[in-house]
Design a binder for this molecule. Structure first.
Ligand SMILES: Nc1ncnc2c1ncn2[C@@H]1O[C@H](COP(=O)(O)OP(=O)(O)OP(=O)(O)O)[C@@H](O)[C@H]1O
Ligand SMILES: [Mg+2]
Length: 486
């Protein structure tokens, strides 16, 4: 028994029953209909994987059955059975979405082969669709993390421009997420089912870049043993992403300008002009306007590329994204590495939040990955941080102070008593350091004396007997404060 179902539609009873018999023997679930209307009624009731239908029938014909299937049950496959005189009709039916046609008299093996082929094609289509959805979620918007106002602005811009064919120039420091944004634009656009073709203009040697982009004809140069199509042709109906565009040589800049203006070019060594339907995205981490001023980049090309500029701010200018990015990468790497690491201690987090991130998100991602792999305990601690982050934290004096902050236990604790403890410990330190002279201790704690005395009362802090005498002498106590706490 098989899982698939077939509906056989023919007004000739012998063909109908003959076909049904063959298919039942093969294990299909089979139902029949003697005209188009009956077929439509049955299709309205339940799903059939395959609809085998005659064309010429009373009430409603095969074309109407096909129309019903394509509109209401697009996952069903329609195969036409046609008499010799109606082949033209069958061809038309294929144009309208029928999978294939069979001519009468139909041979048993022919029906079975065509059904197998149809099911196979449908399976491939389904797989293709899931792959595309996967790609979309892998490269779509959801992958870009950012709640800062500046990233939200970038997201709004992507949304607005995605469905246009406008050229976009993505600028920003290295590792800020330019390529991620290019992916998101493509996979949010109408071209998402077409190819996304990235070209790193800096990674390909200048003499090869031209043929990489435009392709070449056989014999165009010594090693051109066969004709090869370039990235612009590969990107037809999709998007080409010209990364590190600032590195392109002047002669290629001229050729690129023509593609931008006309979407036309010739392969290297070729004479035929090739027209493509592409969307162009470009990215750079150099200041192109400066490069124009210095004569390294063509001004006309710059304006052609800079139709929609998207600037991705460096991480140090959107610090509020850091905790989110850390959480994002922690999740990513703890899942991948099946690691025991579950979190980051407060003081380590503090260091990460205050670091300057010259390598931007890429640097952050790499550091989290490394720490997840190398961490010794369930939580990442200051000891797991790379040297450069620790150095910068100690320059800022962060780690010294923050390391006194206890980490929040799994089942939590009372914040107010923790704060009181912290306060008490610091007041005692200040008093100890000043020989319990409240004036001086208050100065050290940057508060006025009255407040300190109130706090001492609240904390039930007594001046130790040994200190009391010396402290009294040193204090120039105003009268109203004569209510000693000790
Ligand atoms: N906002 C973000 N959310 C999640 N991941 C990000 C984000 N920005 C960047 N990344 C990740 O950081 C890494 C670097 O990003 P990407 O390659 O897009 O940067 P880039 O700007 O193209 O860098 P370069 O100029 O060096 O080519 C990638 O692994 C990317 O997935
Ligand atoms: Mg990049």
């Amino acid at each position: 028994m098989r899982n698939e179902s077939v509906l056989v539609v023919d007004d000739a009873p012998d063909i109908r029953s003959g076909m049904a018999h063959i298919l039942q023997q093969e294990g299909f679930f089979v139902d029949t209909a003697s005209d188009g209307q009956e077929a439509i009624d049955k299709l309205d009731q339940r799903f059939f994987d395959i609809v085998l239908t005659d064309l010429a029938m009373p009430r409603k014909d095969g074309m109407e059955v096909l129309k019903f299937v394509t509109e209401n049950s697009p996952e069903s496959i329609c195969i036409i059975i046609t008499g010799f005189g109606t082949i033209k009709g069958a061809v038309e039916a294929m144009r309208q979405g029928a999978f294939d046609y069979l001519t009468k008299p139909v041979k048993t093996e022919e029906v079975l082969i065509i059904i197998e082929k149809a099911l196979e094609v449908r399976q491939l289509r389904r797989e293709n669709k899931t792959l595309k959805q996967e790609l979309q979620s892998r490269y779509g918007f959801e992958r870009i993390v950012g709640s800062s106002e500046s990233m939200q602005r970038v997201f709004r811009l992507i949304e607005r421009v995605a469905n246009t064919d406008s050229t976009v120039l993505i600028t920003g420091e290295s590792g800020t997420g330019k390529e991620l944004i290019a992916h998101a634009i493509h996979y949010s656009s109408d071209r998402r089912d077409g190819p996304f073709v990235p070209v790193n203009c800096a990674a390909i040697p200048e003499e090869l870049l031209e043929s990489e982009l435009f392709g070449h004809e056989k014999g165009a140069f010594t090693h051109a043993i066969r004709t090869r199509i370039g990235r612009f042709e590969l990107a037809n109906k999709g998007t080409i992403f010209l990364d590190e565009i600032g590195e392109m040589s002047p002669s290629l800049q001229v050729k690129l300008l023509r593609v931008l203006q006309e979407r036309k070019f010739e392969r290297v060594g070729g004479v035929k002009t090739i027209q493509v339907d592409i969307r162009i995205l470009a990215a750079t981490n150099i200041d192109l306007e400066q490069a124009v001023k210095e004569g390294r980049f063509r001004e006309d090309l710059f304006y052609r590329l800079n139709v929609i500029p998207i600037n991705v701010p460096p991480l140090r200018e959107r610090r509020s994204d850091i905790p989110l990015l850390i959480a994002h990468f922690m999740k990513k790497f703890t899942r991948n590495q099946k690691s025991a690491v579950r979190g980051i201690e407060n003081d380590a987090m503090e260091c990460l939040l205050n670091y300057e991130w010259p390598g931007n998100v890429r640097e952050l991602e790499n550091i989290i990955e490394r720490m997840v792999i190398l961490a010794n305990g369930p939580k990442i601690t200051v000891k797991d941080l790379p040297e450069r982050i620790l150095e910068s934290a100690s320059n800022l004096g962060i780690h010294r102070v923050q390391s006194h902050i206890p980490s929040l236990p799994e089942d939590g604790f009372s914040l107010s008593s923790a704060v009181q403890e912290f306060e008490k410990a610091l007041i005692i330190q200040a008093l100890d350091r000043t020989g319990w002279v409240k004036n001086r201790a208050a100065k050290l704690l940057k508060m006025n004396r009255t407040t300190l005395i109130e706090k001492m009362k609240k904390q039930k802090l007594m001046v130790p007997k040994a200190k009391a005498a010396g402290a009294k002498k040193a204090e120039k106590r105003p009268k109203k404060e004569s209510v000693a706490v000790s």
